[in-house]
Design a protein around this ligand. Structure first.
Ligand SMILES: [Zn+2]
Ligand SMILES: [Zn+2]
Length: 256
């Protein structure tokens, strides 16, 4: 099985899985790169998985469905180009013969879902859309900090070996912020050098490994004493986990 991030727009990846004959794509905001990859490798598109309704994730769905007849699956609680199979938390869908479990992860959007497979080609894999990024998380367009924190807690509890397939190459800018939050985090500083080297060669920094994200991603670490302390220095009223998370998320929104 081959896993490829197809670059789209300025910083999106459309994840493609294929077995040499059949393919599935996740969040095709643009049909162009997908059609090109299908043609180049002689693949048949079987399924399109959608995580949420934003145009950079669904813009290519209609064209791909029309060109290939692929089935479209997406979150039941969001407006996705119809017709599509409506998925909710706990549903299991089969992709190229592998089971993926659907997880509700509201926060970035109200009905955002993620797809997790525990043993895809021996190691677990997660398609998390715009919920979890390497060293960051999605903006809260439709959800509350409490919802996003709960969604990230669920994702963080998946196996450490999980390959985290995020939809945007935001890693370096996220890392600049992460270093402002945790300037003494050695794992973080090491990861910065690793990612800078990849980007210098135009290589993706993704998929990320969940075990490493737990060590370097400030949004998975908001209960760490040092992060609680910097959050309270910015807002002494931040007492609960949700309030600390909200302070860190707002700091990222304002970070230049
Ligand atoms: Zn989005
Ligand atoms: Zn996006």
């Amino acid at each position: 099985m081959t896993l490829i991030p197809l670059p789209a727009f300025t910083d999106n990846y459309i994840w493609m899985l294929h077995d040499g004959r059949n393919a599935v794509v996740v969040d095709p905001g643009d049909a162009g790169p997908v059609m090109q990859a299908l043609t180049d490798s002689g693949l048949t598109l079987q399924s399109i998985l959608v995580t949420h309704h934003h145009p950079d994730h669904v813009g290519g769905v209609d064209a791909l469905r029309a060109a290939t007849g692929a089935r479209v699956l997406g979150p039941a609680r969001e407006r996705i180009p119809e017709p599509f199979e409506k998925l909710a938390d706990g549903d299991v869908v089969h992709v190229l013969g592998h089971p993926f479990t659907v997880m509700d992860v509201p926060g970035h959007t109200a009905g955002h879902i993620a797809y997790f497979s525990p043993a895809f080609d021996a190691s677990p894999i997660l398609f998390c859309g715009d919920t979890l990024f390497s060293a960051g998380c999605g903006r809260l367009f439709e959800g509350t900090p409490a919802q996003m924190l709960r969604s990230l807690d669920r994702l963080a509890s998946l196996p450490g070996a999980t390959r985290v397939c995020c939809t945007h190459e935001y890693t370096l800018s996220n890392l600049r912020f992460a270093c402002a939050v945790e300037p003494a985090n050695k794992d973080l500083l090491e990861y910065v050098g690793h990612c800078q080297a990849l980007r210098a060669q135009q290589q993706p920094t993704l998929p990320a490994r969940l075990a490493l994200e737990r060590l370097i991603n400030p949004f998975l670490r908001t209960r760490e004493a040092s992060i609680v302390a910097v959050a309270r220095a910015r807002d002494p009223a931040a007492m609960t986990d949700e309030q600390v998370f909200a302070v860190i998320r707002q700091w990222k929104n304002d970070f230049k």
